[in-house]
Design a binder for this molecule. Structure first.
Ligand SMILES: C[S@@+](CC[C@H](N)C(=O)[O-])C[C@H]1O[C@@H](n2cnc3c(N)ncnc32)[C@H](O)[C@@H]1O
Length: 301
């Protein structure tokens, strides 16, 4: 058969079709395996795999100044990226009682995270909400806000004292809990018929993990704007750069641990009752490469 010259429009059309097919195949392959990272690092049927990676922020020996730097950096990052808080507030609004004041009980609050912005977003939508912040390592000086109260005693998210009422929220922290503990958190909310809202600020897909490679640069850019300001943050960012390194490592590991919607379904599958409903989905946030998994659990009439 006579070969077409490379400049022939027919041959160029063939090349274009072939490259679209190849790109399409890659996209399909990516879609099929997008939760592969979760499945490798987190076996929700058989418990924690022996090679589950550690996060510095989870270690008892990790110096408080570095742990606070991590969560203070997160709170600052939320401020420069407000669409995230908006997306979360939109979902929280769906579980709040309309026309009456509500209280949020935030678990694993770190340095307060996006709570001031979330309360602002809820207020714009007509909800009057107060928030109680809690953590295993409370950081009460991290936020000063009229509608926010910090509980100074440590609160373990896996053993929430029953007298702490309110809509339970957890942001960027559910991945810290291996499957058994994660399920215990959901079970407690389910058995006490409390509303619970779980959100993550990243996802365990390949793109989600790849996006973490910007984080060291973001830390270098944002650390001077972290509040409350501490000279130690600058010392350990620019002179002895442990803060960018530990935040980068914990960022990568946390994305690998984030529960995918399918895994969240498995965690809630045994927690079924006619008067309690789970909603599991993904939030599309402009500027982020992939959708963010979320879970809502609430009593239904
Ligand atoms: C990645 S930070 C997230 C902080 C905050 N929610 C945010 O979005 O910025 C995770 C937080 O979970 C807290 N934490 C880890 N294990 C916990 C537990 N068992 N109970 C309560 N808090 C815990 C850590 O102390 C840390 O402040």
């Amino acid at each position: 058969m006579k070969e077409l010259p490379s400049s022939s429009p027919v041959r160029q059309d063939h090349a274009a079709v072939e490259s679209r097919v190849v790109i399409g195949a890659f996209i399909d392959m990516y879609r099929t395996h997008r939760s592969a990272a979760n499945d490798v690092f987190c076996d929700i049927n058989g418990g924690v795999r022996p090679w589950r990676l550690f996060e510095f922020g989870d270690q008892q020996w990790f110096p408080p100044i570095l742990r606070e730097a991590e969560t203070a950096y997160l709170a600052t990052a939320y401020r420069v990226f407000p669409v995230l808080a908006r997306g979360w507030a939109e979902r929280i609004a769906t579980v709040l009682p309309q026309g009456e004041p509500a209280e949020i009980l935030d678990l694993c609050s770190g340095s307060g995270g996006a709570m001031p912005m979330i309360l602002g977003e809820l207020s714009k939508r007509g909800y009057e909400v107060r928030a109680k912040l809690t953590d295993l390592h409370p950081h009460p000086k991290s936020v000063s806000h009229a509608q926010i109260e910090w509980l100074t005693e440590p609160v373990d998210a896996t053993q929430v004292p029953p007298m702490l009422t309110g809509v339970r929220t957890m942001f960027s922290a559910f991945h810290h809990f291996p499957p058994e503990a994660a399920q215990a958190i959901l079970r407690d909310a389910f058995e006490r018929r409390r509303t619970i809202c779980i959100f993550e600020s990243g996802c365990g897909t390949l793109l989600g993990v790849a996006a973490m490679f910007w984080v060291p640069l973001a830390v270098l850019a944002l650390m001077p704007f972290v509040r409350p300001f501490r000279w130690a943050y600058l010392l350990f960012t620019y002179l002895i750069p442990v803060i960018p390194v530990t935040i980068f490592w914990d960022g990568i590991v946390s994305k690998l641990r984030v529960y995918s919607p399918q895994q969240l379904q498995k965690l809630t599958a045994v927690l079924e009752a006619p008067d309690y409903a789970w909603e599991i989905g993904q939030i599309k946030v402009g500027g982020l490469p992939d959708r963010l998994p979320y879970l809502l659990g609430r009593r239904v009439p």
